[in-house]
Design a protein around this ligand. Structure first.
Ligand code: FES
Length: 144
């Protein structure tokens, strides 16, 4: 990765960390899941509003490092409007990206999410990046 791209990606991650999208909690009926990162103990809560098998809105709260919270911000943006199975599919593509595997970058518009691909080089941080996604997947699986 060129250092310019690296810098750009770092800025995108810091922007989501400092100006998180969808931080907060819903009142009322939601799919809610809490999950902690066993390696550090940080916790995150993801909430999704689901109608007719589609995620209509999503929010998160939690404590964690910049990567985990930026990833939660990106994830909650990305899944709005997706069918539940599509959200899980996107999480699997993200997991491939984090494992440094070839990933399908055409199935969805990944946008800012690709800024996290450099995390794959730091195995200790992969669980930070995937925390919100795993929570989202668990919420959907429990809901179905
Ligand atoms: Fe705890 Fe990253 S160090 S989530």
């Amino acid at each position: 990765m060129s250092s310019n791209l690296d810098t750009l990606y770092r800025q995108v991650i810091m922007d989501h960390y400092k100006n998180p999208r969808n931080r907060g909690e819903f009142d009322g009926d939601t799919v809610t899941v809490n999950m902690n990162n066993p390696t550090c103990g940080d916790r995150i809560q993801i909430q999704m509003k689901v109608e007719d098998g589609e995620v209509t809105d999503a929010k998160f709260v939690g404590e964690g490092c910049s990567i985990s919270l930026a990833s939660a911000s990106m994830m909650t943006q990305a899944i709005k409007g997706l069918k539940l199975n599509e959200a899980v599919e996107m999480s699997q593509i993200f997991s491939d990206m984090m494992l440094g595997k070839e990933y399908d970058d055409e199935r969805f518009d990944l946008g800012d999410i690709e800024a996290l691909q450099g995390v794959a080089k730091f195995p200790a941080r992969i669980k930070c990046a995937t925390l919100a996604w795993k929570a989202m997947e668990k919420g959907i699986n429990d809901h179905q």
